[in-house]
Design a protein around this ligand. Structure first.
Ligand code: GLN
Length: 496
């Protein structure tokens, strides 16, 4: 067996081999840890947790030996550093949380670990999940394992869950957690050739996930196949009394919903998702995707989501408003960074100036502005009204169709630094994902083809709130038809 072979297994296949005792979690985990060690060039991890992983794997092997393993028993995962992990440093890629070790576990990671998952480390990301490129981390940018054909320059994996995306795409873990507030699971999944799912708002608990924008934050899974993603989502989901917006609804067997044709299903193609300057490859892949769904038995129809063009401006009022409120707690008093000053107000200011990066400061400034007396009605209240209209677009569309097909992102992975000086260009990367966050409907990105430069492109499937089963079924047919099996050359291990 060569290095990285076990780490490259799918979750479903690894479960089968673990259950049959053909492999142990100790071996599988050791292979992932070795792959992580050999991939420092990707900067995908803020913290590696080899000792924790090794202990968790041994405990998983003991349970497997007794025949009482959970859904993810012995499966190594990477955890976005936005999830609080009990006794293990959590930074959200920000200096402001320097020295913070949570004394509790997020509900999502607790559920994953209760099902036997093994944590290999905490992944790098945009600071406070604010970004689309994973470049705003205080620990430096995450690098995409993919490179364009004949071009060795470094690409962004997208963001903000870019460390999780790169780790899964490079075979450092079998799956990962991410969070999606405006696209941060689906867009990096698209840019790294993996599957990423943002479930319905309320499906996965936000408890213990460091808050960015509470009405928009969605924890969710990332993996290398639709089935693996469904298994992870199942383990992560469920009602949580500790999160007041957690939905008390049953958790279906998501993976069981994947097989089957699409007869009787209607798929909508929203005309507003055709944006200027979209590369031909994205456009072509989208219509090819529609052909695949037709061939699988679905009826494909044109639909309209008329308020789409207001989604980004609405998002960039609501998200910073909530962020400015959520981030008010970082004052240097109780935990995290403190820059001591004689006067307490000076201490707050000095701590926040030293602790927050430029993008986070921009969000706090915009957020406090749109919430301030005199501007609240013009911006925040108006944005909430438009958000309602965007939700209504989806509700009306889902009276006619069962799922919606769109590209996930308007382009393939861009070069590191390409958009760093232009926040608007960066924000535009989320044009197809933000409406799903504003409305709360589930969406998944499935790798479906390559760009002209040989970089992965994803297609997105959205479905009705709490109908992830239809979303997974449609995603499964895209996965079958696309047969996407391209892999990045492992340059980070010195292979070209
Ligand atoms: N790129 C968006 C932003 O910067 C979305 C980030 C996210 O989904 N966490 O806010």
């Amino acid at each position: 067996m060569s290095a990285g072979e076990l780490a490259g297994l799918g979750i479903a296949e690894a479960r089968r081999r673990l259950a049959a005792r053909e492999i142990s979690s100790a071996e599988l985990t050791a292979d992932c840890l070795a792959a992580v060690e050999a991939a420092d060039a990707l900067n995908a991890f803020i913290l590696k947790t080899p000792e924790t992983a090794t202990e968790m794997a041994a405990a998983a092997d003991a349970r497997l030996a007794r025949g009482d393993g959970g859904l993810l028993e012995g499966i190594p995962l990477a955890i976005k550093d936005l999830f609080c992990t009990n006794g293990i440093a959590t930074t959200t890629a920000s200096r402001i949380l320097d020295g913070f070790t949570p004394p509790y576990e997020s509900t999502v990671t607790e559920k994953l670990f209760a099902e036997g998952a093994v944590m290999v480390g905490k992944t790098n990301m945009d600071e406070f999940a604010m970004g689309s490129s994973s470049e705003t981390s205080a620990w430096g940018p995450v690098i995409n394992p993919w490179r364009a054909t004949g071009d060795n320059s470094q690409r962004s994996p997208g963001g903000s869950s870019g460390g999780s995306a790169s780790a899964v795409a490079a075979g450092l873990a079998l799956g990962a957690t991410g969070t999606d507030t405006g696209g941060s699971i689906r867009q990096p999944a698209s840019l790294t050739g993996i599957v990423g799912c943002k479930p319905t708002y309320g499906r996965c608990s936000r408890w213990g996930v460091v808050a960015f924008s509470s009405s928009l934050d969605h924890p969710g899974p990332m993996a290398r196949s639709v089935e693996d993603t469904a298994l992870l989502l199942q383990a992560m989901s469920g009602h949580d009394p500790k999160d007041s917006t957690s939905a008390d609804v049953p958790v279906p067997d998501f993976a069981a919903a994947i097989p089957g044709d699409l007869k009787g299903l209607k798929i909508g193609i929203p005309r507003e998702y055709r944006v200027d300057g979209m590369p031909d490859a994205v456009e072509t892949l989208w219509s090819t995707g529609a052909d695949w769904l037709r061939a699988a038995g679905a009826e494909v129809v044109d639909i309209s989501l008329p308020h789409t063009k207001y989604a980004l401006p609405t998002y960039y009022i609501v998200a910073p408003a909530e962020a400015s409120s959520n981030l008010a707690r970082y004052d240097g008093v109780r935990y995290g960074l403190r820059v001591a000053q004689a006067d307490v107000n000076d201490m707050y200011a000095a701590t926040r100036r030293a602790g927050f990066g430029a993008e986070v400061r921009r969000r706090v400034l915009i957020g406090t502005y749109v919430l301030s007396a005199g501007y609240y009605d013009a911006y925040y209240l108006k944005a909430q009204q438009v958000r309602r209209l965007i939700l209504r677009d989806f509700e009306e569309a889902f009276e006619r169709v069962d799922a919606i097909l769109t590209p996930t992102a308007p382009e393939a992975a861009f070069a590191i630094g390409a958009k760093s000086d232009d926040p608007i260009a960066m924000y535009l990367n989320d044009v197809f994902t933000v409406p799903g966050d504003l409305s709360g409907v589930p969406g998944i990105s499935v790798p479906a083809g390559l760009s002209a430069e040989g970089l992965p492109l994803g297609l997105q499937v959205m479905a009705r709130a709490f109908d992830e089963e239809t979303m997974f079924r449609v995603a499964g047919r895209i996965e079958d038809a696309a047969g996407f099996d391209a892999k990045p050359a492992a340059w980070w291990r010195g292979e070209s």
